[in-house]
Design a binder for this molecule. Structure first.
Ligand SMILES: *[C@@H]1O[C@H](CO)[C@@H](O)[C@H](O)[C@H]1NC(C)=O
Ligand SMILES: *[C@@H]1O[C@H](CO)[C@@H](O)[C@H](O)[C@H]1NC(C)=O
Ligand SMILES: *[C@@H]1O[C@H](CO)[C@@H](O)[C@H](O)[C@H]1NC(C)=O
Ligand SMILES: *[C@@H]1O[C@H](CO)[C@@H](O)[C@H](O)[C@H]1NC(C)=O
Ligand SMILES: *[C@@H]1O[C@H](CO)[C@@H](O)[C@H](O)[C@H]1NC(C)=O
Length: 437
């Protein structure tokens, strides 16, 4: 285990992607009544995408290769249509590093890439939609991968240069930055099991090196923004962490309750603790990883449990928000940057998605109104069906249906769009029995 130098990020915004992975279906005693009420004024409503999942044009206009181009050897799906976001007031997208810096460094700047994002940002602003921009949503330039990628500690300096370039170039209009999307996934899926780009299989070692470089990258970009841009540009900057809420198999067993907490520390605390608490990893991680003789215990915890399937457990989102408030303190504002559900049939009559959003968003409202948690925004995943990474196009998360067989990729709103837009225009759940499913 490597030790991080101290880089306490006071008041950084925490952005959570909450997916709920559970070992048990039902959580007793926490299925409260549906809560009718409104979200706070100025609550951020959005829909989210990521560059690799929607942009296409993998080799167009001077863009360099990235690790997902190489990992999949496939094209993406066509350009984003800007007028599809009419119902939301925020749109989260990511910048493809190699579209702007084809070699990953400032040595070559691809003007066409800069123009592409300038046009996108300007089009959004013209429609009154606030951009939320992720700097790294998994698509490392292949040129940097060839130098070791996240296993090479100087990649955190390359990331800092890229981040500075983006702040300089787009920061006059972009006021909400996300440094990294889900470094846990990059570390574990990319550098341990190898299921995602760059597809490296590790032996319980590379995963920690990659994570370390990622955390330092976040810290670098965060510090640069604070020092060089925040005063002029007045934006905010945070990190998106994915969170798997862990439920004790037997809630009456102290060992199981402790195991669930340890599992949360290994997944969420791994990144949240250094960034928000004290620049170092959680004690339990240092203790367990530093101590070979205890590794057996760790395996019993099964902290990757359920990572192959996704369950609908709406109350878990409220528990996770509460856990965050208790763990990081009440002063860390939370934005939920992705939350959603997939299907394989692509039906436009997606009642299951409405059911899902109704219950999950209601739990978010309860966290605010009943739990006093500082949640400031919610973004549905996803604006449209897209390339679901290693799962290709088989799993559809979209509010809009995309016909992948048509070269124009036409998009059709699903029934959930009506639901979501109505919810946003009411800024909550008005008391109306027919709204409750
Ligand atoms: C690490 O990356 C830098 C460029 O960022 C490169 O100069 C260096 O050779 C790389 N180190 C290794 C061990 O590949
Ligand atoms: C990377 O690691 C090398 C060797 O451990 C060290 O000398 C160097 O300072 C590190 N670079 C960064 C950017 O942390
Ligand atoms: C290993 O476990 C012992 C307790 O058995 C603990 O005191 C020690 O700090 C652990 N070692 C590390 C490196 O965490
Ligand atoms: C589509 O799939 C979802 C999720 O698996 C399911 O709930 C729904 O009933 C299906 N709808 C149709 C029309 O097949
Ligand atoms: C209640 O919801 C239904 C269906 O969404 C809608 O048609 C109706 O106008 C709503 N009633 C009120 C009082 O808002």
């Amino acid at each position: 285990m490597l030790l991080l130098e101290k880089f306490l990020n006071k008041n950084v915004v925490l952005i959570i992607y909450i997916v709920v992975f559970c070992r048990t279906n039902a959580v007793n005693g926490d299925n409260d009544e549906f809560y009718h009420g409104k979200f706070p004024e100025n609550f951020v409503w959005g829909a989210a995408t990521a560059s690799y999942q929607v942009e296409g044009g993998w080799n167009a206009d001077g863009k360099g290769l990235n690790i997902w181009d190489v990992f999949t050897h496939k094209k993406g799906i066509g350009h984003v249509v800007n007028d599809e976001t009419g119902d939301v007031n925020h749109y989260r997208f990511s910048i493809s590093w190699s579209r702007i810096l084809p070699k990953g460094t400032l040595e070559v700047i691809n003007k066409n890439g800069v123009v592409y994002y300038n046009n996108l940002i300007n089009a959004l602003m013209k429609e009154g939609i606030t951009p939320i921009v992720t700097l790294y949503h998994w698509d490392l330039p292949q040129a940097l991968q060839e130098e070791g990628g996240w296993l090479n500690n100087s990649t955190s300096d390359r990331f800092a240069e890229f981040a500075r370039f983006c702040f300089q170039t787009f920061g006059d209009r972009v006021k909400f930055w996300i440094t990294l999307n889900e470094p846990y996934v990059v570390s574990y899926h990319g550098h341990e099991i190898g299921a995602m780009a760059p597809g490296i299989k590790g032996n319980g070692d590379k995963i920690y090196i990659a994570a370390h470089t990622l955390i330092k990258s976040h810290a670098n970009a965060y510090r640069i923004y604070e020092r060089e841009f925040k005063n002029k540009q007045n934006g905010i900057i945070g990190i998106t962490l994915n969170v798997h809420w862990q439920v004790a198999k037997n809630p009456f067993s102290p060992a199981d309750v402790k195991a669930a907490d340890t599992a949360t520390q290994f997944q969420y605390g791994w990144f949240a603790h250094p960034v928000f608490i004290n620049g170092d990893y959680p004690e339990v991680m240092k203790w367990k990883i530093g101590n070979k003789s205890k590794e057996q215990d760790l395996q019993k915890v099964d902290f990757q449990s359920g990572s192959t399937w996704l369950k609908v457990t709406p109350t878990a989102i409220r528990k996770m928000i509460k856990w965050t408030k208790d763990y990081l303190g009440p002063n860390v504002p939370i934005y939920i940057t992705e939350n959603g559900v997939s299907d394989r049939n692509g039906t436009l009559q997606d009642s299951h998605r409405i059911y899902y959003y109704n219950l999950y968003i209601n739990e978010v409202l309860k966290a605010i109104r009943l739990g006093g948690c500082d949640v400031r925004g919610y973004m549905a995943w996803s604006l449209m069906d897209n390339f679901e990474w290693a799962r290709g196009y088989s799993e559809r998360f979209g509010l809009h249906y995309v016909d992948f067989n048509d070269p124009k990729r036409p998009r059709t709103p699903k029934k959930s769009v009506d639901f979501y837009s109505k919810l946003i225009s009411n800024n909550g759940f008005v008391h109306n029995k027919s709204n409750v499913i």
